[in-house]
Write a protein that binds this ligand. Sequence first.
Ligand code: DQA
Length: 145
Amino acid sequence: MKILVINGPNLNMLGIREPDIYGKQTYASLVEQIEAWAQRLGAEVECYQSNHEGDIVDKIQAAYGVFDGIVINPAAYTHTSVAILDALKAVGLPAAEVHISDVNAREKFRHVSYAGMACAAHFIGLGFDGYRQALEYLVRDGTNG
Ligand code: DQA
């Protein structure tokens, strides 16, 4: 099983960025942990991070026929991007949404998730462990619904 993990804007700044909200661990450390978790689950994984909405749309489109599932934390684009929602729907791959922080306990504008509407499972406010749970979900239960 091949899983694509997509992280959106500013997640490359993990460790520096608002550590009281996102923790002190870096993006590089997140990638290391994701690779270790995937290996343990017997899955292949590619981690991709971009600050650009169109690049994320391109990456989702390119996943069609190549990957078996997508873990996505669209970061700020979660709350704004119909294009990312449409791309996820277009490829129809099993997808799981992750947010490090509990978006539902934060500002109101973070309560809406467009991308989440195309995701079968949601791991919110669990820190980095949300990525582990999302990988596990896709390996064990991932379907198109
Ligand atoms: C985030 C939550 C978003 O609201 C925010 O814009 C992010 C990160 C999270 O992982 O908690 O950049 O997706």
